[in-house]
Design a protein. Sequence first.
Length: 366
Amino acid sequence: MKRQLILEDGTAFIGEAFGSDVDTTGEIVFTTGMTGYQEVLTDPSYCGQIVTFTYPLVGNYGINLEDFESIVPAVHGLIVKEYAEFPSNFRNRLSLDEYCKDKNIPGLAGIDTRMLTKKLREVGTMKGKFCSVDVNVDEVVAELKATPMFTNHVERVSTQKPYRSPGRGNRVVLVDFGMKHGILRELTKRNCDVTVVPYNITAKEIFQLAPEGIMLSNGPGDPKDVTVAIDMIKEVVGKVPLFGICLGHQLFALANGANTSKLKFGHRGANHPVKSLETGKVAITSQNHGYAVEEESVFGTDLEITHVALNDGTVEGLKHKKYPAFTVQYHPEASPGPEDANYLFDQFINMMEEHKREGKLQCQNA
């Protein structure tokens, strides 16, 4: 069965359909990871997007039970050069095609993914639509140009109700803007007592949980659309230690007076070098974001830039000058990707422990 991808600039690609047979519209993006397609498909940060894999063969080790980053995927579709119909791996449970059919994700294979990726790098990300080969291209292009992308990405992927992942260690409130399970795994691995809460939780409701630390998760879309979270962060900064990742990093910046803007084609992959300005060390990181903090906007705020991307110089890390709070644009939990930055979770734990010691000293001195 043939399927067509039509971009809003009128470019059309015809290839082989796999997965679900639904037509879908989304923002066309690309990821450069050589492995980790299962984590990409289930990463809530891809909500509303059709993902192009630059690595030519996808699906060769199938779908397993261990590498999901969410239960219900939010990606709108995927594009590959070639997908493996008969995967081979001892953990394999489903083929990529079977999984996509089961989760209603349409796929397109057999097109020139190098050409598509080069176009996205030159022009920037754009809207596109999967449809049949007999449609009128001009009508679809007009439809794409007239249809605005939805803005409630975070609302669509955030948990609706709080839930706990019990532990005997530090009490952490994890605000779910589209949380990857890898973040929760890293906190529970360190025995944290985690309560996962919705994106629209208030500062008052957070403090009722008596947190010893607050984690701001990753998530999809434009951070400026999540105004309720920006207001909440303004109220909690300085009260307890805070650690933000990806969208959480951007929201933290906005709450402290900095600005964000959309990148031309974003950072998506598992091999992005990031330099720490404090140590001079470089980590190879996993990234997935289409927006970034504007460097110039940080100056004059209470924030300090701690990390930068070596590929394009964009801001990759921040910390507060007065309070125990820091954030990174990349993914220290990886999933997929290298674990060079995994130490940041230990840094968060140490920050909470130090904050508790300081509180005890203050009580003793009083």
